[in-house]
Design a protein around this ligand. Structure first.
Ligand SMILES: [Zn+2]
Length: 435
């Protein structure tokens, strides 16, 4: 974000936090940019120009993950917020990798970020390792504000592909450096503090904690937190209180050494209790970025869906889809008021080969970690269901996408992940063909 950008007065966050947006808008009046009815009608039909894009990624979140969360969370008659958006489609996730077509998070995120297919492990580069301009770089060049939010390491694949170019996703310190020094991402919230501090300087979160002794600072490029604050004007926060109080235009928040949770099989030290919730991080990101009159691009990822599904941990997988849904609700509420925001909820691939079954005792997929989990009560009914798993890895099944706002109608149907990039880009920067 440039220093010369015109800033609108801070407007909606306080009222959203109060959960009474309409009443507060009426009460406060001046300076509140509420979409005209016609803008909202156009957005509802998928038409018009998007000022903002918010992409929610449930890492590894296939149809069964959404379905299990719906059953456990709101029951047979209910809808997740993510399933209440106006348009739905299916996304093909194949990678362009010489060793296999089943994607990892890096290749798929690079397709969403850049519109090209690439190899597994690639971050913002094509199959020949050439950097490809990302959605966030394009937005920055147009004067928009940008943000990356995740419960994983903020430098891990799904967010990294939008703000950096490296040949291997493991180069997380270099990814951090590029975020602050080259791309200039305005809001960075998540885990992964270990990649920002050199060995011997633990930062805020102690090295080798009891819950995971392997964690510890490991930057090979010095203290990047200090560089972010001293040279690039970021406000740095590490606690819920500091996050709430933050008021800078550029915000760096790191809330864990690595992931903001511990991914393990059931009862083996699995923990999902982030210091700050994905919902809170999303709210703060929108509050900060929406001060930009030229709009913003925000990527929000729930990394734990994938990690818990890799552990074939159904309870935690369900919990984390529901956590993502709370964040989607924040984005949807903003978009409904704003009328010029494209909101998309999808995944990068499916993880676990997850299935929803009856509670019979016949386990078709065998025992061990992939044994059936459950029974889980269906909310508001006398029914229960089991979850079965067929792999601890990724699968190739298409992932659901739901969307609202300008451009969302184009996402109905079955599309490549690269097409999602095209729609996000064109919804903001190009007139729609034939309209
Ligand atoms: Zn993934």
């Amino acid at each position: 974000m440039s220093d010369t950008r015109m800033r609108a007065p801070r407007r909606w966050p306080a009222v959203v936090a109060a959960g009474a947006l309409t009443a507060a808008v009426v009460a406060t009046g001046a300076g509140v940019a509420v979409a005209a009815d016609e803008d909202r009608d156009r957005a509802r039909s998928g038409q018009g120009r998007a000022n903002n894009v918010i992409l929610f990624i449930g890492d590894g979140m296939g149809a069964a993950h959404r379905n299990a969360a719906r059953l456990a969370g709101v029951g047979l008659e209910g809808d997740l917020v993510m399933d209440s958006l106006d348009y739905a489609g299916l996304i093909k996730t194949d990678a362009a990798d010489p060793n296999g077509f089943i994607t990892d998070s890096a290749a798929s995120a690079t397709s969403y970020a850049t519109g090209v297919k690439t190899y597994n492990g690639a971050i913002g580069v094509d199959v020949n390792n050439n950097p490809v301009q990302t959605l966030i770089e394009r937005a920055e060049s147009a004067g928009k504000a940008t943000g990356l939010v995740t419960t994983g390491q903020v430098t891990d694949a799904s967010t990294a592909a939008f703000g950096a170019h490296v040949e291997n996703r493991s180069e997380q310190t270099e990814i951090a450096r590029q975020y602050i020094e080259e791309t200039g991402v305005d809001v960075l919230l998540g885990g992964g503090e270990d990649f920002w501090y050199p060995a011997g300087d633990p930062g805020t979160f102690p090295d080798a904690p009891a819950e995971d002794p392997a964690e510890g600072s490991r930057s090979n490029q010095g203290n990047l937190v200090q560089r972010a604050t001293d040279e690039f004007g970021y406000q740095y926060v590490t606690s819920p209180y500091e996050l709430t109080a933050a008021n800078g235009e550029k915000l760096l928040g790191l809330f864990a050494n690595q992931e903001m949770f511990q991914q393990r099989p059931e009862g083996q030290g699995d923990i999902y209790d982030p210091v700050v919730s994905l919902e809170e991080m999303t709210r703060k990101a929108i509050e900060t970025l929406s001060q930009s009159r030229r709009g913003f691009v925000l990527i929000v990822e729930e990394e734990a869906v994938d990690e818990m599904a890799h552990s074939n941990n159904a309870q935690r997988t369900i919990d984390t889809v529901l956590e993502l849904d709370k964040a989607v609700a924040v984005g949807k509420q903003f978009a409904e008021q704003d009328g010029r925001t494209l909101v998309i909820t999808t995944a990068d691939h499916e993880t676990g080969g997850m299935a929803i079954e009856d509670t019979g005792s016949n386990d078709e997929s065998g025992d061990g970690v992939s044994a059936e989990d459950g029974p889980f009560p269906v909310a508001g009914s006398a029914f229960s269901f089991n979850v079965d798993w067929t792999t601890t890895g990724h699968t190739n099944v298409d992932v659901p996408l739901t969307a609202m706002g300008p451009g969302a109608d184009r996402l109905a149907g079955v599309h490549e992940n690269t097409f999602v990039h095209q729609v996000m880009l064109e919804s903001m920067f190009r007139a729609r063909p034939g309209r």
